[in-house]
Ligand binder design. Structure first.
Ligand SMILES: *[C@@H]1O[C@H](CO)[C@@H](O)[C@H](O)[C@H]1NC(C)=O
Ligand SMILES: *[C@@H]1O[C@H](CO)[C@@H](O)[C@H](O)[C@H]1NC(C)=O
Ligand SMILES: *[C@@H]1O[C@H](CO)[C@@H](O)[C@H](O)[C@H]1NC(C)=O
Length: 289
């Protein structure tokens, strides 16, 4: 009898644990090219995006996720990359879409790349924070990771938190927690705005431009429609992204975040009162981490 009960309990537990993806993914298994496939490539753990005069390129994940961690090692375009933008982001679709962005704005040879971060909730963005990096992102692969759970979103560069967006939904500030997002990467020409406000144009003599991506991992909750909202937000042990350590940065991480903000942040929408006609968005008055 006890044996039978144990079995029943085991069965019940199995039925309760949602379909978690620990995508042991390489690019070829989990992503596909959506644009510029004639010159971009996916091979095992590697993704190469290419931009030339004819087109840029892009790839996206086959499935959507709700909460978890998405990481990629990226090596940006060397030399004169002014006018180009390389991106790694999560996004849903539609007019009420959510989006979490890492965008890398190229520069002329020897000048620093800018990392632009942004977040859209229910279709509304305009929340940029921009940073210089403390290393040359074109010399080597570096780890860019987005952590996302019901409490907060954290952007990491080589495990240093550079930005946090906390959930203040109960105070009327929208938070992305009701729809799955796919993982996207892209490389395109944005010389109408990217480098010094569009004053520096892409130098096509340097084309084709190549950005390399490696080791894509989505340790995240599979989105299977509305039923996923409760499953992915529940506190069952398999949902590691909901564990207490991921609800708030620890003190060491807060110190690192402050170090990054103090030394490398070059733009913060929260201090741009002019842009918002004096009406700075409400989350800016909350604790940011
Ligand atoms: C990528 O993953 C697929 C599916 O797991 C596997 O068949 C393939 O061998 C992997 N390729 C590389 C280069 O690791
Ligand atoms: C990348 O950074 C994330 C966040 O700190 C970490 O969990 C992950 O293990 C790192 N991946 C690699 C390959 O270093
Ligand atoms: C490029 O370098 C210049 C000079 O250091 C800097 O002002 C600018 O912010 C950099 N980035 C872009 C995308 O223009």
């Amino acid at each position: 009898m006890a044996k039978f009960e144990n079995m029943l309990v085991a069965l019940l537990i199995c039925a309760l644990i949602p379909n978690i993806t620990h995508v042991d993914a390489n690019f070829s298994k989990s992503m596909y090219l959506t644009w510029g496939a004639q010159h971009a490539s996916i091979l095992g753990e590697d993704l190469h995006l290419v931009l030339d005069r004819t087109s840029g390129s892009a790839a996206q994940s086959k499935r959507s996720f709700l909460f978890g961690s998405t990481e990629m090692l990226i090596k940006l375009i060397p030399g004169n990359s002014a006018g180009t933008v390389t991106a790694f982001y999560l996004s849903s679709t539609g007019s009420q879409h959510d989006e979490i962005d890492f965008e890398f704005l190229g520069n002329t040879t020897g000048q620093p790349y800018i990392v632009n971060t942004n977040i859209y909730t229910r279709g509304k963005g305009s929340r940029e924070q921009r940073f210089f990096l403390w290393f040359d992102p074109t010399a080597d692969f570096h780890n860019y990771t987005i952590h996302w759970n019901p409490t907060e979103i954290v952007w990491f560069v080589d495990s240093l938190p550079i930005r946090v967006f906390r959930n203040y939904e109960n105070e009327g500030i929208a938070y992305p927690n009701k729809q799955g997002m796919r993982v996207h990467t892209s490389l395109w020409n944005a010389d109408n705005w990217a480098t010094r406000g569009g004053h520096v144009k892409t130098n096509w003599k340097g084309a084709p431009f190549k950005a390399s991506f490696y080791h894509f991992r989505a340790r995240a909750c599979k989105w299977n429609g509305a039923v996923s909202i409760n499953q992915c937000a529940s506190n069952i042990p398999a949902n590691w992204w909901n564990s207490p350590v991921h609800k708030q940065l620890n003190h060491a991480q807060m110190r690192l975040l402050n170090w990054v903000r103090k030394n490398f942040m070059i733009y913060d929408y929260c201090t741009d009162a002019k842009r918002f006609n004096g009406h700075i968005p409400p989350e800016c008055f909350k604790t940011q981490f």
